[in-house]
Design a protein around this ligand. Sequence first.
Ligand SMILES: [Zn+2]
Length: 306
Amino acid sequence: MQNRFTPSLVAAVALLFALLLIAPGCISLDGDDTKKEIRVAVTIPPQEEMVREIGGEHVEIFVMVPPGSDPHTYEPLPALVAKAAEADMYLTLGTGLLPVEDVLASRLEAMNPDLVIVDSSRGITYLRNHEETEDWSSGMETGESPDPHIWLSLRNAEIMSVNTRDALIIADPAHEKEYRENCDRYTTRLKELDQRISDAFSGNTPGIILVTHPAWAYFARDYDLEMVAIEHEGKEPTAKELEALIVLGRTHGIRVVFAEAQESTREAETIAREIGGTVRVIDPLAGDYLANMERVSHAFMETGAG
Ligand SMILES: [Zn+2]
């Protein structure tokens, strides 16, 4: 049977297309030549890999705290804020984690009322000082601030990935299948690395990891390590605290003190000298997230403590 377009069918199709074209922004024609870009602002470089892996060619990413900056103290330049205000979505680490993020979220929202702000930590259990834990949904009645370094757990990263995937699907449902497949692929890599690190630490645990900045509590929780930080609530240690850390290092045979790319290594060097160890610089904010997590876990395995 021949399939021929009748004039009335042609007219109907033409009318349908006309309607689609005038419908203001609510219908996007899916096709190879329709590359809808979702502009996504994120706070720190490690989030970029996740959004890129899941969003693929459909996302354009702005990182608000650029490499080499300290997210605890960063003030974004007005030009960057203006650029990010054109974003469709701001994927935050989570409300109340970093002051810069809360300030940015409200500033961007005021500049662009259409901006969708997504809390990527939804579902993650925050660690708090004194090792208290609390779920994000149960509020912050303790008055203690949650530990913002949520991304330094591969298990948290998996939750963040799923939240990212779901936000992209809502913003761009036409590519749902792709986002799901990409997310599955990325979370499989997260799980595999998590398992490898787990296996490695279970056979040869370093026990204590001595770090300058307390960024690794989630990591320590995942692999049953104990993180001891030189810096306390953003402050340098007193002479007495420094002495206690040296005693701890000697007692436990710690050989490596971990300093961070973004800050001074002075105290770390003092302690390392006193315990006959070395300083090793690690980066909690590296943009090559998965590779960096593997690098850092190898570094922690070589601490010689136990
Ligand atoms: Zn930090």
